[in-house]
Design a binder for this molecule. Structure first.
Ligand SMILES: [Zn+2]
Length: 56
C-alpha cells in the first residue's frame, strides 16, 4: 500500500504570498516562490503581459 494514490507526491509548503500552509504536487526547490491556489491564480502571469516579471 502506498499513500501515493495519484502517482505524485504532495509537498507541504507555506505560501510565499499569504503564508498559508498548502500542498503542491512538485518538489519546491527553495529557489522560487510557491503559492497556494488562490495566490497562484493571482500570480499567474497574464498572457498580455509581455514583461514577464510582476513586481508588487
Ligand atoms: Zn497564498
Amino acid at each position: 500500500m502506498s499513500d501515493d494514490k495519484f502517482g505524485r507526491e504532495m509537498h507541504k509548503v507555506n505560501c510565499s504570498d499569504c503564508g498559508k500552509e498548502t500542498e503542491v504536487p512538485f518538489k519546491p526547490d527553495g529557489d522560487r516562490p510557491v503559492y497556494c491556489r488562490d495566490c497562484y491564480q493571482k500570480h499567474k502571469k497574464p498572457s498580455f503581459n509581455r514583461g514577464g516579471r510582476d513586481r508588487y
